[in-house]
Design a protein around this ligand. Structure first.
Ligand SMILES: [Zn+2]
Length: 92
């Protein structure tokens, strides 16, 4: 899975060249099965995985179009996120 991890960082670099559609607070996204999602206007959704959150990955891309949103993390991390950061991610 290391390849997937490297790919994700390349994606991140690419994403930063795209116009950012919107800014979204992490807490305003919908949590589903440890992932965070937010609907895109194209009908698909932006997704942040548990790994993205752990890495404080601040851009989320839509699965179907080239739009992305910037994620704003809380300044004072809630306990929940601290626990997340200490969780061993199985795909690393
Ligand atoms: Zn979209």
């Amino acid at each position: 899975m290391r390849f997937a991890y490297d790919t994700r960082w390349k994606e991140r670099q690419l994403l930063q060249e795209f116009p950012v559609e919107d800014e979204m607070y992490l807490e305003d996204m919908e949590e589903y099965d440890s992932n965070y999602t937010y609907p895109c206007r194209c009908g698909d959704e932006y997704t942040l995985t548990v790994t993205d959150v752990r890495l404080r990955y601040d851009y989320a891309a839509c699965g179907s179009c080239s739009l992305c949103i910037r994620i704003i993390y809380p300044k004072n991390d809630p306990v929940e996120l601290n626990q997340l950061a200490n969780t061993n991610i199985s795909d690393t």
